[in-house]
Design a protein around this ligand. Structure first.
Ligand code: SF4
Ligand code: SF4
Length: 273
């Protein structure tokens, strides 16, 4: 990973980046100075020496999403598993991954959650979901839906998309897996599913989130999860004592526009989520 003197990570050619920076005058001396470029080992991986890192977790996390097409449940009518050009083209973007590790290195979720498999693995996971030859989509989606190990562990910081040198756009692939999961699941199935569905429902209803309802519906599962409701009590009491618990909820002035926007997106996606 290369960082410029401004601290931003780059996926640029070092020579052209130096040439670009040399054109920018120094604010102090008003003369061109030698730009500073830091070359550092990849992040989120233990450093063995200098720029050499131990990539065991990177590969183990890739393995955790079963990155192989499974044709086990299929009868084989021909020698090859044929795909139409259109079916094959769905694999182009994710198939470009060169496993460079840049996205994994910059992933905020990986930094704080050792369970999270990482953007490279989830981009590959979507490649498997999109592959017309694979026959394990349902079990794959179950596994990618698991706690914060899979897609729900992503904090959507966008770093993986911005550093990927091959335009694989891991966050985009993670979002597609989420959509596949959401079209199959009910809000009652898990807290992560409710989080997504309740958030959209509340924003659609009031233009922004009624946080009182949010906690009760997501954590309390619409008053059905007693343990979840009790876990909210200490926070609710603290908020009440400090006058931070709103007793009423006012819809946003832009509710109508927000609602139309959400409905248009849902119509385009055709899944009502
Ligand atoms: S968008 Fe998600 S997967 Fe990508 S770097 Fe951020 S937290 Fe990691
Ligand atoms: S998704 Fe992009 S950044 Fe991540 S390993 Fe593949 S090529 Fe590298």
């Amino acid at each position: 990973m290369i960082a410029s003197s401004s601290g931003s990570e780059l996926k640029e050619n070092v020579g052209s980046e130096i040439a670009r920076l040399q054109q920018i005058p120094s604010p102090k001396a008003q003369v061109n100075t030698i730009p500073e470029i830091t070359v550092a080992p990849l992040g989120n991986m233990p450093v063995i020496k200098d720029l050499v890192v131990n990539m065991d977790n990177f590969w183990n996390n890739l393995e955790a999403v079963t990155p192989y097409v499974s044709t086990a449940a299929r009868q084989v009518p021909e020698r090859e598993f044929l795909q139409s050009p259109e079916e094959r083209s769905r694999l182009d973007q994710t198939g470009n991954c060169i496993m460079c590790g840049a996205c994994y290195s910059e992933c905020n979720a990986r930094e704080v959650n050792p369970e999270f498999v990482g953007p490279h693995a989830l981009a590959k996971a979507y490649r498997m979901v999109a592959d017309s030859r694979d026959r394990t989509t349902e079990s794959r989606l179950e596994s990618y839906n698991e706690d914060t190990k899979g897609v729900w562990g992503c904090t959507r910081c966008l770093y993986c998309d911005s550093v990927c040198p091959m335009e694989v756009a891991p966050l985009e692939q993670i979002t597609k897996i989420k959509q596949e999961i959401l079209t199959r699941k009910q809000a009652s199935d898990s807290r992560t599913i409710r989080h997504r569905k309740v958030l959209i429902d509340l924003v659609k209803a009031g233009g922004w989130i009624d946080e009182r309802q949010f906690g009760l519906q997501v954590v309390g599962n619409y008053f059905q999860d007693l343990k979840g409701l009790l876990s909210l009590a200490p926070l609710g009491l603290r908020m009440l004592c400090r006058g931070k618990f709103p007793l009423s909820f006012e819809s946003s002035q832009g509710t109508q526009q927000v609602r139309s926007l959400i409905e248009s997106v849902q119509k385009v996606e055709g899944n009502g989520e």
